[in-house]
Write a protein that binds this ligand. Structure first.
Ligand code: ZN
Ligand code: ZN
Length: 205
């Protein structure tokens, strides 16, 4: 009987909830920003998903140092608590979650920038202190390692953030497809760093 009930609730859940993991992660972030710490059971009932799903959603947030696992729950880390300033560390404008870029430092602090443009410039500034660079795939909104990502530079699509723009993609073929539609050049992390740096400094040469 238990199994049948479980099955039924899973079915209704499947039909009712169509939100993406990334949206749920953002929702978890919002909840944690507000409550600072929460139980897994609380999150699971608030978001109407299983505790297992919550654990899966939390994994990247834990990896990023955004939250710390506690007994039966999670707590917002100091780094995750940016209620004091939800602004780009480089250009100080508001952070757009979709474009944001994270630098995980050797001391486990996390710096967030509004977009890859600022992220790459910030990386150049503090390279030696940076342990990981994380951004989101432009199309799939998955968390990816910026170092191994492909960046579309010089595209015609205007995102309204910083210029020159750089858009991250996990897969080269996605970046190439994007370029077919919106033009631009597919580049590696190092090439993209050079591109934004040159773009910002060309007037001084
Ligand atoms: Zn910025
Ligand atoms: Zn920006």
């Amino acid at each position: 009987m238990m199994c049948l009930d479980l099955l039924k609730s899973n079915i209704t859940y499947e039909r009712r909830i169509t939100i993406l993991p990334i949206e749920r992660q953002n929702r978890i972030k919002e909840l944690l920003q507000k409550n600072k710490s929460m139980k897994i059971t609380e999150l699971s009932s608030k978001l109407s998903v299983s505790e297992m799903t919550i654990h899966r959603d939390l994994k990247p947030l834990v990896d990023e140092g955004f939250v710390i696992k506690t007994f039966g729950g999670v707590t917002l880390s100091n780094k995750g608590d940016y209620s004091t300033g939800n602004h780009c560390i480089y250009c100080h404008q508001n952070i757009n979650d979709k474009l944001s870029f994270r630098l995980v430092l050797n001391n486990n602090n996390i710096e967030i920038t509004c977009c890859s443009h600022c992220g790459l410039l910030r990386f150049l500034q503090i390279k030696k202190e940076v342990n990981q660079v994380i951004c989101q795939d432009f199309l799939r909104l998955t968390t990816i390692n910026a170092k191994t990502a492909f960046f579309v530079i010089d595209t015609t699509l205007d995102l309204g953030c910083c210029q020159p723009q750089v858009l991250p993609f996990e897969y080269k073929e996605h970046a190439q497809k994007f370029v077919k539609g919106f033009s631009g050049i597919v580049s590696t992390f190092d090439e993209a760093v050079k591109f934004v740096y040159d773009g910002m400094h060309s007037s001084n040469e």
